[in-house]
Design a binder for this molecule. Structure first.
Ligand code: ADP
Length: 169
């Protein structure tokens, strides 16, 4: 598997699947979630509503992932995963790793070869960027998957350099 790190907007990526840092309601939110729904259009939210009604009445659990189509986005699918809220006293690293493993498992089910991830949990959920980068890269490297390229799409230079420090070229 190839791992690449790019500065950019995940909604513009030409990949088979992009991962959304969703919340458990699946009904949209701020940050990357808001951008995906805004640019992808109402079809994604409609599918999320149906998934919620059929399977996730109590919400999608932290660390789990589920896919919808990608509406008007260039990707084919959106894989929604719920990152853990950062806690300084409770180690939730396994849940953050699980977001990556479960997203790649869903990608395999879809037959997606190229998958773009944002820096899950590092926005509203408060995870320190360097720690999130280490966990995300380790989780992806250790995954057994048929995905050929994982692209981390970092929204600013600070995020990009945090990931670069954990993934020397
Ligand atoms: P969470 O609730 O999991 O913390 P956020 O969406 O608040 O999710 O933030 C996750 C990360 O995504 C942050 O580092 C934020 O800067 C970044 N981000 C926000 N919008 C985009 C976007 N359009 N493309 C890529 N990354 C984004």
């Amino acid at each position: 598997m190839r791992i690449s790190l790019v500065l950019g907007d995940i909604t513009q990526q030409q990949v088979d699947a992009i991962v959304n840092a969703a919340n458990s309601s699946l009904l949209g939110g701020g940050g990357v979630d808001g951008a995906i729904h805004r640019k992808g259009g109402p079809a994604i939210l409609e599918e999320c509503r149906k998934l919620r009604a059929s399977h996730y009445g109590k919400g999608l659990a932290t660390g789990q992932a589920v896919a919808t189509t990608a509406g008007n986005l260039p990707a084919r699918w959106v894989i929604h995963t719920v990152g853990p809220v950062y806690s300084a006293t409770d180690d939730r690293s396994e849940l953050l790793a699980s977001c990556h493993h479960q997203s790649l498992r869903i990608a395999d089910e879809l037959g997606a070869q190229t998958v773009a991830f944002p820096a899950i949990s590092t926005g509203i959920y408060g995870w320190p960027m360097a720690s999130a980068a280490e966990i995300a890269l380790q989780a992806v490297r250790s995954a057994s998957t048929r995905v050929a390229e994982v692209r981390f799409v970092l929204f600013d230079r600070e995020a990009l350099s945090a990931f670069e420090s954990q993934n020397p070229a």
